[in-house]
Design a protein around this ligand. Sequence first.
Ligand code: ATP
Ligand code: MG
Length: 404
Amino acid sequence: MEYKAFLIKYAEIGVKGKNRYLFEDRLCDQIRYALKRCDGAFEVTKSQGRIYVNADGDYDYDEVVENLKTVFGVTGICPVVQLADEGFEQLCKDVIHYMDEVYPDKNITFKVEARRARKNYPKDSMEINREIGEVLLNAFPEIRVDVHKPDVLLRIEIREKINVYSVVIAGPGGLPIGTNGKGTLLLSGGIDSPVAGYMIAKRGVKIDAVYFSAPPYTSERATQKVMDLAKIVSKYSGPITLHIINFTDIQLYIYDKCPHDELTIIMRRYMMRIAQTIAEQSGSLGLITGESIGQVASQTMQSLMATNDVCTMPVYRPLIGMDKQEIVELSEKLDTYETSILPYEDCCTIFVAKHPVTKPNLNVIRIHEKNLEERIDELVQTALDTQEVVEIKWAYTADRQNLQ
Ligand code: ATP
Ligand code: MG
């Protein structure tokens, strides 16, 4: 079947009362953005609580579906045949043709579900269900009706045009990007933080990211890996502004002045402080991390409390209650896993103590941080002043890299 249109289903944004049209407009914008990555010309329109994508001319079906699947807020992608109303007899013929094309093997069960949104149509929904059902049974001897669990639920919507569809491809769900402010993701090269970014973006939050590198202890390849991960996340979240912070001098200074079993915690406190400054400057409303309770020494409840102590902004930790295996499964689905497990050094692991504290005492940490008083403000300022900022976005082919 050659489809010229898709009906886009969305769930959650349908219930937002007066704000509904804002959400729908954002969703249309995001769909248009995703379609810019596809060959062909498309029109995205909103009509009577429905969103349609209409293709003007040739396009690659798989490419369009693949891209629509990255748009948060979309729950279903339905390739639809839109017919002009040329009488019921013609509709019957067109539906037979549709079923014949879409289901070459007729050894299936079906059910017709008609909806008459245009009340002046001469038949009501029940009549349409019954009569089209009969027409199909007569046309295809093998086909059977099953009203409870049909293989094919054939939908016929009588609107200005008549929509005929039966295929629903699952979308990612969530809310359209841009409906919920901006968050700043602490993005490392690990498995967890890209997944955390994806999960918050899924709630409609635009994402910025901060990566702490420690050259020459961490390599260019490690930075490239983080950029690659950001790129995969940006397939869903839209463009990500990535701030790359040179953390080496701060780490060396902490290493020099503080007890080594507290290094990781103190380092993490400085990461949070710096990320928060960047977040404030860029209008972000919260920080996002890939932390999960108990995963490592720096993520026990005591460690999280010590890290959180320096934050005045909310810190969103969407993986907090998840097991590693669950996070791995999500990263495989998101397609970040293979990149995350590449064995490049991370700034946290280089300066890590053999036996880090697992139950840091906040007061003790605060006291030891005083050892840093002399130079730390200057080092933090230098790290902020020398940051590198990169705009990361997803594109299918190299020549589309510059698409906004
Ligand atoms: P990940 O798999 O996300 O690297 P992790 O299991 O290695 O997480 P930690 O190293 O304790 O855990 O880091 C916890 C969180 O702190 C990360 O999920 C990330 O949000 C942030 N983080 C850690 N290292 C960095 C870094 N070098 N740059 C930016 N953020 C970082
Ligand atoms: Mg890590």
